[in-house]
Ligand binder design. Structure first.
Ligand SMILES: NC(=O)c1ccc[n+]([C@@H]2O[C@H](COP(=O)([O-])OP(=O)(O)OC[C@H]3O[C@@H](n4cnc5c(N)ncnc54)[C@H](OP(=O)(O)O)[C@@H]3O)[C@@H](O)[C@H]2O)c1
Length: 308
């Protein structure tokens, strides 16, 4: 049998764990998961794990030479948008410079690179966006991720791909960072009120769908940019209300507000979201409708979803 050797960086994060679970279930992949921690945060995946800080070029080079992957999927990033605005040097090292080193290492051994990117490369003036829309980030996180896209494209790798995504939600073991769905469920379950913006629109993405879309890029050997998100455009407020509805939580605890209410260091693009026709056509990507994805999440969390 011919195995594809896949190296996953940032494997302890939300997407990294979903990808490890998805790929290591399939016999044609030989997966090496890597993350900053000495040990993996997940269990029961049939794959190897080794510690790797992507900002250490020599470590990256050594591991690439030892494992000789066919494909590298870079899920490692500094993803806290406000922290990126304040800690710009660190953000640039992780999100941009480290990708340049990864890309060079891929070119040396002839590996493909799939770089995971974001809707925050756009200014949010007129989403939803197609893959060929002009990026124009409004915050430092978006700038660093756009720089990573550029080094991925320009490194001289034959098989590069960029998988952009939007407002990812789901669950995984010991996450260092929560996400909108887990946050809303947690707060409303405790009866705590929350304020959510009505003036930011997104096409929220269930992490399992995203992992499935990325696996299809690998399987079909696709190159170029792909937009992988959910299909529905909603305000973040409406998304929170749908979460309350699906989990039968008290939606009256959610107060609508707008972005001016929050003092955030990094500006947010108002209306992003993606047109996913290319991924649907070329990859056969079929994301779950939001309510179905939330019910699937409920099953994973062991929570009842009485509205099904
Ligand atoms: N989540 C979203 O809403 C969203 C939206 C658009 C695009 N994206 C993109 O999707 C990708 C995956 O994000 P995610 O949602 O899975 O975020 P995440 O849960 O924060 O995962 C990122 C992972 O990268 C790891 N990491 C950070 N610096 C590293 C380094 N120097 N070396 C190795 N690993 C490092 C983090 O480690 P620690 O756990 O130790 O911190 C974390 O496990 C990122 O490229 C992100 O930009 C995410």
């Amino acid at each position: 049998m011919l195995y594809r050797r896949v190296l996953i960086t940032g494997a302890n994060g939300l997407l990294g764990q979903a990808l490890v679970a998805h790929l290591s279930r399939q016999p044609e992949y030989d997966v090496l998961a890597t993350g900053r921690d000495t040990f993996p945060r997940f269990a029961n995946a049939s794959c190897g794990y080794t510690a790797l800080d992507i900002t250490a070029p020599q470590e990256v080079q050594r591991l690439m030479q030892d494992f000789t992957p066919d494909v590298v999927i870079n899920c490692a990033a500094m993803t806290q948008v406000d922290r990126c605005e304040k800690e710009r040097d660190l953000c640039w090292r992780v999100n941009a410079e480290a990708v340049e080193h990864l890309a060079r290492a891929c070119r040396r051994i002839g590996a493909r690179l799939i770089q995971v990117s974001t809707d925050f490369v756009f200014d949010g003036a007129d989403g939803p966006y197609r893959e060929d829309a002009r990026p124009d980030p409004v915050n430092f996180y978006g700038k660093s991720k756009l720089a990573a896209e550029n080094v991925t494209r320009d490194a001289g790798i034959d098989g590069w791909a960029i998988a952009r995504t939007v407002l990812v939600y789901g669950t995984a073991h010991n996450l260092s960072r929560s996400n909108i769905a887990l946050w809303v469920i947690d707060k409303l379950s405790k009866g705590e009120p929350i304020q959510v913006v009505t003036d930011q629109w997104r096409s929220p993405t269930y992490v399992n769908d995203l992992a499935n879309g990325i696996e299809r890029i690998v399987r079909f050997g696709k190159t170029g940019i792909f937009h992988l998100s959910g299909r529905e455009m909603v305000s973040v407020y409406d998304f929170a209300c749908t979460i309350a509805h699906v989990f039968d939580l008290d939606a009256s605890l959610i107060s609508p507000t707008d972005h001016t209410h929050f003092q955030q260091p990094a500006p947010r693009p108002p209306r992003t979201g993606f047109i996913i026709l290319k991924a649907e056509t070329e990859l056969g990507y079929k994301p779950h409708p939001i309510e179905d994805a939330l019910r699937h999440l409920g099953t994973r969390l062991g929570l009842p979803t009485p509205t099904s």
